[in-house]
Design a protein around this ligand. Structure first.
Ligand code: ADP
Ligand code: TRP
Length: 457
C-alpha cells in the first residue's frame, strides 16, 4: 500500500541553502521510497497573497521548478505541478469556504499576527489585511483534500494549517454525511537541521541573511560564505565547533567522518578564512553538479513548462473526478439526472434504480462479474476467480466500500479498482481521459449508492 505524501512550495523568492537542507533534499529523498506516492506542487496562488509583483512571481516559479528538478526530483515518479494549473483547487476552496467557520480563520496565526501588529500600532485591526491572507488556510486545505493526501510534510510554522485542514474536512464530511475526505496528518522531519544564516539567526529570506543555493554561481556562493559572521578568534586559537555556524552548515552536507575532521581542525585553531574555504569547497562538491543541471534547465523554460503541464494532467486526473463527486453530493448536479421527489420525472425513477452486479462464467471456466450503473452502463469487469465464493466475497466488499474509500488507478483510457493493493476489476476502454474521468465519478457515485443501500437493508 502506498502512502500519498503531498506538500506545497510557496513560490516567492529564490531557494537558499536552508530551503535545500530543510525541505528540498528530504522531500526528494522521501519521494524515492517505493511506499511513497509523492505530490509536490508550486503554491503559486499562495504566492499571490505575499506578492503583487508579476515579474517576481514569474521568476520565482521558474527558479523553484528548476531547483527541484536539478536537485533530483523525478517527474515520472512524483506528481509535480503548479497549483494554478488545477482549476479544481479554487473550486474546492469555495465548497470548503462555505462550511468553514469564520471564527476558525480568526484564529489563524498569520492573520492574528497582522491584527496584533495593527492593534499595537493603534490602527484599525484589519488595516492592510487582504481577504486572501484571511482565506489562506482554506486554500491550503483544498490543496491537500483535493488529492486525499494522507501525509503532509511541512515546517513547524505550518502545523496549524494542517490542523485546520482536518477540521474543515471533518466538518464537510459531517454536513454531507459521508467520508468524502481523508484526514491529513502532519509530518515534521525531526532530524532535519535548521541552518543558521550569515548572522547566526535562522537562515530565512525574511531576515535577509541567506546563502543562495544556485543564484550567482560558484563565485557568489564563495563570496557569501566569506561573509558569515564569526567571533574574533585569531588563527591558531581553538574555536568551538558547536557554537559555529560554519560547522553547522558543514555538518548538514558532509559525512560523519568529514564533520569529525572539520571539528578537529576548528578545535586545533584553523583560521576562520581558511575554515570558510573548506566549507565552500565541501558545499561546492555537492552543489556544482546540481547547479549545472539547474542552468541547463533554466535555459530551456519550455521543457519545464512541458513537465509541469504533464504533472497537472496527472493531478487533474485525480482532482477532477473528486470534484465531480463533490458537486453531485452537494446538489450541483446535471438537471437531466435530477433526483426529484417521488412522483417526478421518468429519469427520477430511473436514477432510483440501484447499480447492480451481474455474475457470469467465462469461457475458460473461471468466475467473473460486471458492475452496471443505475443507467445500465458497464462500470467494471472483475478479474477471473477460480472459486465463485471468492468472486462473491469481492462483490460483498464492493457493496459496502463507498466511493471515497475506493482505490482506483487511472490508466490513460481505463480505470483499475484495487482492494488491499491488488487489482480486482477494470473499467471498459474509454475514448479519452475526459470520458474516463467522467466514468470514474460515475463509478464512485455507484459505489456510494451501493453502500447507502446496504446500510438501509
Ligand atoms: P524562508 O524562511 O526563507 O521564507 P520558507 O518559509 O519559504 O523560507 O521555507 C520553505 C521551506 O524551507 C520550509 O519547509 C522550511 O521549513 C524550510 N526552511 C527555511 N529556512 C530553513 C532553514 N534555515 N533551515 C532549515 N530549513 C529551512
Ligand atoms: N503554506 C505552505 C508554506 O508556506 C505552502 C503550502 C501551500 C502547502 N499549500 C500547501 C504546504 C499544502 C503543504 C500542503 O510553506
Amino acid at each position: 500500500m502506498q502512502t500519498r505524501v503531498l506538500t506545497g512550495i510557496t513560490t516567492t523568492g529564490t531557494p537558499h541553502l536552508g530551503n535545500y537542507v530543510g525541505a528540498i533534499r528530504p522531500a526528494i529523498a522521501a519521494s524515492r521510497r517505493p511506499e511513497v506516492d509523492a505530490f509536490f506542487f508550486m503554491a503559486d496562488y499562495h504566492a499571490l497573497i505575499k506578492s503583487d509583483d508579476p515579474a517576481r512571481i514569474e521568476r520565482s516559479r521558474l527558479e523553484i521548478a528548476a531547483t527541484w528538478l536539478a536537485a533530483g526530483l523525478d517527474p515520472n515518479r512524483v506528481t509535480f505541478y503548479r497549483q494554478s494549473d488545477i482549476p479544481e483547487i479554487p473550486e474546492l476552496t469555495w465548497f470548503l469556504t462555505c462550511v468553514t467557520a469564520k471564527g476558525l480563520l480568526n484564529r489563524a496565526h498569520a492573520y492574528k499576527a497582522s491584527v496584533d501588529k495593527n492593534t499595537e500600532a493603534g490602527e484599525d485591526q484589519d488595516a492592510g489585511v487582504t481577504a486572501g491572507l484571511y482565506m489562506y488556510p482554506v486554500l491550503m486545505a483544498a490543496d491537500i483534500l483535493a488529492f486525499n493526501a494522507q501525509q503532509v510534510p511541512v515546517g513547524r510554522d505550518q502545523i496549524q494549517h494542517i490542523e485546520m485542514a482536518r477540521d474543515i474536512a471533518q466538518r464537510f464530511n459531517h454536513i454531507y454525511g459521508h467520508e468524502f475526505f481523508v484526514l491529513p496528518e502532519v509530518v515534521i522531519e525531526e532530524q532535519v537541521a535548521t541552518l543558521p544564516g550569515l548572522d547566526g539567526r535562522k537562515m530565512s529570506k525574511s531576515y535577509d541573511n541567506t546563502i543562495p543555493l544556485f543564484a550567482g554561481g560558484a563565485k557568489q556562493l564563495r563570496e557569501t560564505i566569506m561573509r558569515i559572521v564569526t567571533d574574533s578568534r585569531m588563527p591558531g586559537e581553538a574555536k568551538d565547533p558547536d557554537s559555529s555556524s560554519l560547522f553547522t552548515i558543514f555538518h548538514a552536507f558532509a559525512s560523519e567522518t568529514e564533520s569529525h575532521a572539520f571539528r578537529r581542525a576548528l578545535e586545533e585553531g584553523i583560521g576562520w578564512g581558511e575554515a570558510k574555504q573548506v566549507l565552500y569547497e565541501r558545499l561546492e562538491a555537492d552543489i556544482a553538479p546540481m547547479r549545472e543541471r539547474y542552468e541547463e534547465l533554466i535555459a530551456r523554460p519550455a521543457d519545464i513548462e512541458d513537465i509541469l503541464r504533464e504533472g497537472a494532467r496527472k493531478a487533474r486526473a485525480i482532482a477532477s473526478p473528486k470534484i465531480a463527486e463533490l458537486r453531485a453530493a452537494i446538489g450541483l448536479r446535471a438537471m437531466s439526472s435530477a433526483n426529484l421527489p417521488a412522483g417526478g420525472t421518468r429519469q427520477a425513477t430511473k436514477a432510483a434504480r440501484p447499480p447492480r452486479f451481474a455474475s457470469f462464467r467465462d469461457t475458460d471456466g473461471s468466475f467473473r462479474f460486471r458492475l452496471f450503473s443505475s443507467e445500465g452502463d458497464e462500470l467494471l469487469l472483475s478479474k477471473s476467480f477460480k472459486d465463485p465464493k471468492e468472486a462473491g466475497a469481492v462483490q460483498k466488499r464492493l457493496k459496502v466500500l463507498g466511493g471515497a474509500a475506493a482505490t482506483v488507478h487511472s490508466l490513460p483510457r481505463s480505470l483499475v479498482l484495487e482492494l488491499d493493493g491488488e487489482p480486482v476489476a477494470t473499467a471498459p476502454d474509454y475514448t479519452d481521459e475526459i470520458e474516463r474521468d467522467e466514468a470514474l465519478s460515475y463509478l464512485r457515485a455507484a459505489l456510494d449508492l451501493l453502500a447507502v443501500q446496504e446500510k438501509s437493508e
